[in-house]
Design a binder for this molecule. Structure first.
Ligand code: SF4
Length: 345
C-alpha cells in the first residue's frame, strides 16, 4: 500500500487508460471497500435560494447573472423537517441543506440552520450542509449540533479556478475545508466537469482531493448543467464517457470514499448512469431538483435501480459517517507508468 501523494503523471496515466481496463480496476477497488450493488440515496434541499454575491460562472443563484432564479426568503425549520421526513420515507439516508451564501454569518439565519441540523439528526438521517465559507468557531457550532458532513466543492483545479470564480480563491476553499476537518465533521468535496477545463484540470482536481490527509469521505462528481443567463450557458454538453472516467479515477484514488453521481443526470441516458455506477459511483441524489437544477424523477430512479438490481442503503444500516483515520492510497496499475515516473512529478 502506497502512502506517498499521488503525482500528476500517475493520475493522468490512470485517466487515459483504455476505458474497460479503467472500469475493471475501479470495480475491483470498489468491491474491496464497499457493499456491491448498494447505493445511498441523498436528498438536497435549497433552504435559502438565490441572491448570492459570489460569481461562480455555472450558478444560476449568483446575483451577478440574469437568470430565472429569483432570491427567496430562507425556509423555516418546520418546512425543512417535513421535507427531510418525506425524503426519509422515500429511502434517503442523507439529507443535505444548501444556502446560497458567500459565507456563514453569525446570527439568526445561522441559528436557524443549527436548528435544522438538530431536527434532521433527530430523524435518524445523516445531516450535511453547504453554506459557503466558514470559520473554526462556526464549524465547531455545527459539529455540536450533530452535523455529519459539510459540502464545499473545489469545483476545478487550482490553475483553472480563476477562470470560473473571481470573488474568492482556491485557498479560501481549502481553508474552509480545514476548519471543517478540524472540527471533526466529515468532508464532502468534489467538482464539476464541462466548464471548459482541460483533462489535466480534471485530473488535478481529483489529485488535490485524493492527496488530502485524509481524503474527503464524500466526493460528488457533477456534469455541468448549462443554465441560461450564466456565463457558461453555451457550454458544450459533457460526453458521458468523460464522466465515467472521472468517477472511475475518483474511485481508484479514494477507495473508501463515497463517490456521488450528482448534477447532470437529467441529461444522461439510463445506460450512461449505469456505467457510472459500474465505475464506482455509490450514491445518487434523489428528488426532482438539485438546489435549482432539474434531476430525474423519483419514478425514473426507482425504475433504474430496479432494472440494475441495485439495493438502496437501508435506514436500518444507517450509522453516522466517521472521519477517516488513515490514508489508504491505491497502488498504480502497471500500465499507468513506472512507480519512479509516477511519483516524480
Ligand atoms: S455556487 Fe454557491 S457560492 Fe457560488 S454563486 Fe452559487 S450559491 Fe453562490
Amino acid at each position: 500500500m502506497l502512502t506517498q501523494p499521488y503525482s500528476r503523471s500517475y493520475v493522468r496515466a490512470l485517466y487515459d487508460r483504455p476505458l474497460l481496463q479503467l472500469i475493471d480496476d475501479a470495480r475491483d477497488v470498489h468491491r474491496r471497500h464497499h457493499a456491491d450493488n448498494e447505493v445511498q440515496l441523498c436528498t438536497l434541499l435549497s433552504v435559502k435560494t438565490g441572491g448570492c454575491p459570489e460569481d461562480c460562472s455555472y450558478c444560476p443563484q449568483s446575483s451577478k447573472y440574469d437568470t430565472s432564479v429569483e432570491p427567496e426568503k430562507m425556509l423555516d425549520v418546520d418546512g425543512v423537517l417535513k421535507s427531510a421526513e418525506r425524503a426519509r420515507e422515500l429511502g434517503a439516508t442523507r439529507f443535505c441543506m444548501g444556502a446560497a451564501w458567500r459565507e456563514v454569518k453569525d446570527g439568526p439565519a445561522f441559528d436557524r440552520v443549527i436548528e435544522m441540523v438538530r431536527g434532521v439528526k433527530a430523524l435518524g438521517l445523516e445531516a450535511c450542509v453547504t453554506l459557503g465559507m466558514l470559520n473554526d468557531a462556526q464549524a465547531q457550532k455545527l459539529k455540536a449540533a450533530g452535523l455529519d458532513a459539510y459540502n464545499h466543492n473545489l469545483d476545478t483545479s487550482r490553475e483553472n479556478y480563476k477562470s470560473i470564480i473571481r470573488t474568492r480563491t482556491f485557498d479560501d476553499r481549502l481553508r474552509t475545508l480545514d476548519s471543517v476537518r478540524n472540527a471533526g465533521i466529515t468532508v464532502c468535496s468534489g467538482g464539476i466537469i464541462g466548464m471548459g477545463e482541460s483533462i489535466d484540470d480534471r485530473c488535478e482536481m481529483l489529485r488535490t482531493l485524493a492527496n488530502m490527509t485524509p481524503p474527503p469521505e464524500s466526493v460528488p462528481i457533477n456534469a455541468l448543467v448549462p443554465v441560461p443567463g450564466t456565463p457558461l450557458e453555451s457550454a458544450k454538453p459533457v460526453e458521458p464517457f468523460e464522466l465515467v472516467r472521472m468517477i472511475a479515477v475518483a474511485r481508484i484514488l479514494m477507495p473508501k470514499t463515497r463517490v456521488r453521481l450528482s448534477a447532470g443526470r437529467a441529461e444522461m441516458s439510463r445506460e450512461a448512469q449505469a456505467l457510472c455506477m459500474l465505475a464506482g459511483a455509490n450514491s445518487l441524489f434523489y428528488g426532482e431538483k438539485l438546489l435549482t437544477t432539474p434531476n430525474p424523477s423519483g419514478d425514473e430512479d426507482t425504475a433504474l435501480l430496479r432494472d440494475m438490481g441495485l439495493t438502496v442503503e437501508a435506514p436500518a444500516a444507517y450509522s453516522p459517517p466517521v472521519a477517516a483515520a488513515s490514508v489508504e492510497r491505491h497502488s498504480p496499475p502497471a500500465a499507468a507508468g513506472s512507480l519512479t515516473e509516477a511519483y516524480s512529478a
